[in-house]
Ligand binder design. Structure first.
Ligand code: HEC
Ligand code: HEC
Ligand code: HEC
Ligand code: HEC
Ligand code: HEC
Ligand code: HEC
Length: 418
């Protein structure tokens, strides 16, 4: 199913380019926002492919501000300049540009190599979304710190919605048919002057409707109906790319609740890299053997550890957390330098029988924490000078804000992306 979407997207992208070319002919340099459906849907495609990881067309902040009504807030030429290259506009001293840049913690919006017509189509889309009746707009706009996937999931859900509707209509038609059939047979049965042969036919028809009314048929219909709805819901979830709560079954029934909870074995006893390197690392069977060469030798689960060691084939733990390759995350930076507890990101691991992904691990999640969390200066003199400078640079009479991760570059794209 997702493959089909990709093909459809490609086709629609081609179509978009075509409409845009046509559009740029008809729309020379005039500066009004068009209301054409073709332009708006072209703008929608561009927006969804380039902007949704940072913006929604609502009042909610994702990474950048909500863009609802921005067509009214800013003149079109300004928007074109901004989207083409916001840094240029900021450096030119534009007051508004500098104001939002500072307001959003100096997060740089990337540049887009778009033609004017393309940007105008995006603005046309934003305008049409902004002017929709609130209820509709709320449904069309992804909420919260979501990414690109959320929007594609909206497509998925609406497609599934159509499917469900289709099935519903089918079921209703069936019910109506059955009703009509039983009314006709009743009517014919009650009329007296029919030949015997006709009667036989009528009776046989009645048998057919009995099938429709039978428990078995109803059971099958209900089952099919539930199946379709269930699949629709599942597809919706997979489309969002939700892996929060992901808790795969592991090859050995290892319990954090038992080891980290009851026996209070320190996290870094097993995850040896967590305070000194990028990766926390999963313990090798040798670490288990420190205890299990003596403890519970007879348990079939422990036997699996012995087998791994004797065959030299490592235990194939299933990875729970998985950032995409484009993102760079370092445990030592967070757990050691930042002084953040494992539980803040991984949840109450020491109570989990089976590990599950506790946080969403989206870009919005990383960025929000960098906006809100103060740099840990305790026992770390590396930051002394910076912190002093930070405090000094603030207004004498303003409340002194502690230095946040954003103030040391925690919102710069290159810190997290290679
Ligand atoms: C990587 C994140 C990111 C992406 C992608 C992004 N923006 Fe932005 N955008 C921002 C941030 C952050 C701001 C706030 C200003 C700043 O910090 O530079 C912003 C500001 C804006 C503003 C000014 C809003 C206002 O309230 O005045 C507009 C308009 C805008 N972006 C449009 C777009 C469009 C259109 C796209 C897609 C083509 C896009 N942005 C893609 C991050 C992004
Ligand atoms: C006795 C060794 C041991 C101790 C102690 C331990 N872990 Fe683990 N941990 C493992 C093993 C083995 C796995 C891989 C199997 C699994 O996921 O359950 C794992 C997996 C994990 C994962 C998931 C890794 C992934 O695949 O994404 C996290 C997160 C984690 N541990 C955090 C912790 C935290 C936090 C603590 C301390 C509260 C801790 N662990 C204590 C052995 C240990
Ligand atoms: C510091 C000591 C220690 C280490 C290291 C350790 N365990 Fe354990 N493990 C225990 C103790 C104690 C028990 C509880 C034994 C009992 O219930 O009598 C236990 C129980 C278990 C059990 C439950 C066995 C059963 O049948 O009840 C499994 C499975 C297990 N450990 C797997 C592992 C794996 C896999 C590793 C390596 C990643 C590991 N352990 C590392 C101390 C340890
Ligand atoms: C700031 C959030 C954060 C904190 C704090 C944190 N982790 Fe993680 N952890 C992550 C992320 C994000 C990943 C996924 C990394 C990836 O896929 O590259 C991860 C992955 C892991 C893994 C899987 C193996 C690996 O290294 O990728 C283990 C094990 C783990 N963490 C253990 C711990 C332990 C133990 C602590 C505490 C000492 C801890 N984490 C603290 C965010 C955090
Ligand atoms: C719970 C809060 C929290 C979360 C969630 C978090 N971080 Fe951080 N991050 C911090 C803190 C605190 C620091 C500052 C550490 C220090 O003092 O250098 C930091 C620093 C960093 C740095 C170094 C920045 C610099 O200027 O040196 C990078 C890169 C980074 N984080 C990436 C990520 C990524 C990627 C994610 C999401 C997968 C993430 N962080 C999630 C709190 C968080
Ligand atoms: C604090 C860390 C952090 C910062 C700063 C950051 N990103 Fe990200 N970004 C991530 C993480 C983590 C992901 C992967 C999240 C996911 O898969 O949902 C991501 C995903 C993305 C994606 C989506 C890729 C895809 O395949 O969907 C784009 C595009 C992106 N970032 C661009 C930017 C730009 C541009 C900036 C600078 C304004 C930026 N990021 C700043 C952590 C960060």
């Amino acid at each position: 199913m997702s493959y089909d979407y990709k093909v459809l997207r490609k086709i629609s992208a081609k179509f978009t380019v075509l409409t845009l070319i046509l559009f740029s002919f008809s729309f020379s340099k005039g500066q009004t926002i068009p209301t054409d459906d073709a332009v708006i849907s072209a703008g929608k495609a561009l927006f969804e492919n380039n902007c949704t990881q940072c913006h929604g067309v609502s009042d909610d902040v994702v990474v950048g501000p909500g863009l609802k009504g921005v067509h009214a807030r800013r003149p079109l030429p300004w928007l074109i300049k901004w989207i083409k290259n916001s840094t240029l506009l900021i450096n030119s001293g534009d007051a508004y540009a500098n104001e939002i840049y500072n307001k959003f913690g100096k997060t740089q919006m990337q540049s887009f190599d778009f033609k004017d017509a393309e940007i105008i189509s995006i603005v046309a889309y934003i305008k049409s979304e902004s002017e929709k009746v609130p209820v509709v707009a709320a449904a069309a706009v992804p909420q919260g710190g979501g990414g690109v996937q959320q929007v594609s999931s909206n497509d998925g859900v609406s497609n599934n919605f159509i499917l469900v509707l289709f099935v519903l209509v089918l079921v209703i038609i069936l019910i109506v048919l059955v009703l009509i059939l039983s009314i006709i047979t009743k009517y014919l049965n009650s009329s007296t002057n029919i030949s015997d042969i006709d009667k036989e036919v009528i009776e046989s028809k009645f048998d057919l409707s009995a099938v429709y009314n039978s428990k078995a048929f109803k059971g099958i219909a209900t089952f099919a109906f539930i199946l379709v709805i269930g699949k629709a819901c599942l597809d919706g979830l997979v489309g969002i790319g939700i892996s929060q709560g992901y808790a795969p079954t592991q090859p050995i029934a290892f319990s954090h609740k038992l080891h980290a909870g009851e026996y209070k074995i320190g996290c870094n006893y097993c995850h040896t890299g967590v305070y000194k390197s990028k990766s926390a690392s999963i313990p090798s069977a040798n670490i288990c053997m420190n205890c299990h060469n003596a403890i519970k030798q007879e348990s079939p689960e422990i036997q699996k550890i012995y087998k791994a060691i004797s065959t030299g084939r490592p235990i194939e733990w299933v990875r729970v957390h998985n950032l995409p390759d484009l993102a760079n995350f370092n445990h030592a930076t967070h757990a050691k330098v930042g002084g953040i507890e494992c539980q803040q990101c991984h949840g109450p691991i020491e109570t989990m029988e089976v590990v599950q992904q506790y946080s969403p691990l989206t870009m919005g999640w990383c960025i929000n924490c960098h906006r809100e969390t103060a740099v840990n200066g305790k026992d770390n003199h590396y930051y002394d000078a910076l912190m002093a400078a930070h405090t000094k640079s603030q207004d004498g009479n303003a409340v002194k804000e502690p230095m946040k991760v954003k103030d040391i570059g925690g919102l710069e794209c290159s810190k997290c992306h290679y």
